[in-house]
Design a protein around this ligand. Structure first.
Ligand SMILES: Nc1ncnc2c1ncn2[C@@H]1O[C@H](COP(=O)(O)OP(=O)(O)OP(=O)(O)O)[C@@H](O)[C@H]1O
Ligand SMILES: Cc1cn([C@H]2C[C@H](O)[C@@H](COP(=O)(O)O)O2)c(=O)[nH]c1=O
Length: 208
């Protein structure tokens, strides 16, 4: 595979979609073919599974069923969207990937990292990003952005309680610290264009 696989991670409403849009435009200006995608989703089958995961009551799925659904969505996304793009040399910029399962279903939901990575090994042949950016925001800024995002109500995953959110945030920080070659931690409290410039500077060595 000759393309680059880049993921953006973080808690709710930290600005990942905003950055994916800006990065896709900036990288395209370098003449790079960019595939901007998201999880859960990014292929027809995975988008159908997304609906199952994002709608309904919190107890619609137990922790194991939820982890299996995320892994199944990812397997389809990888097989139909991500690997074909990387194989033709495109850069894939993905809003969340397996690290979200490790943080949410692992840190938040209590599924072991070994079980999550075993599912990922089977479903997605263990594909990992070349670079992962963890976007972090202060508690006050997160609350401000979420109140705008959720003015009409939060979806099923966005409605998890505060202790779940705290555990997943801590797991993201632990993962970034334990794998510094792949992860970069970005202060996403900054204005959006500053955040984009910081991420692009981190990618400078790969740009044509
Ligand atoms: N750097 C920024 N400064 C101020 N506001 C921002 C910034 N980045 C994003 N926002 C705003 O915060 C809100 C959430 O942004 P966005 O949808 O990009 O986050 P997200 O991480 O993709 O959210 P989700 O968890 O739903 O995937 C939006 O209203 C967006 O306009
Ligand atoms: C990939 C993935 C996602 N989640 C959660 C995280 C969010 O609450 C939603 C996705 O919503 P977004 O607005 O598109 O970010 O799903 C998860 O729990 N586990 C995962 O693997």
């Amino acid at each position: 595979m000759s393309g680059r696989f880049i993921t953006l991670e973080g808690g709710e409403g930290v600005g990942k979609s905003t950055q994916i849009r800006a990065l896709a435009a900036a990288l395209a200006a370098y003449g790079i073919e960019v595939v901007a995608t998201r999880e859960p989703g990014g292929s027809a089958g995975a988008e159908a599974i997304r609906t199952l995961l994002m709608e309904g009551a919190d107890d619609r799925w137990d922790a194991r069923s939820e982890a299996l659904l995320f892994a199944a969505a990812r397997a389809d996304h990888v097989a139909r969207t991500i690997r074909p793009a990387l194989e033709r040399g495109a850069w894939v910029i993905c809003d969340r990937f397996v690290d979200s399962t490790r943080a949410y279903q692992g840190g938040g939901g209590g599924i072991t990292d070994a079980d999550i990575m075993a599912l990922h090994g089977f479903g997605s042949q263990g594909l990992l990003p070349d670079r992962t950016f963890l976007l972090t925001v202060s508690a006050n800024e997160a609350a401000r952005r979420l109140s705008a995002r959720d003015a009409d109500g939060a979806d099923r995953m966005g409605s998890k309680p505060a202790d779940y959110q705290a555990r997943l945030a801590a797991r993201f920080v632990d993962m970034a610290a334990s794998e510094p070659d792949r992860w970069r931690v970005i202060d996403a409290d900054a204005p959006a264009d500053t955040v984009t410039a910081t991420i692009l500077a981190e990618l400078a060595g790969w740009l044509p």
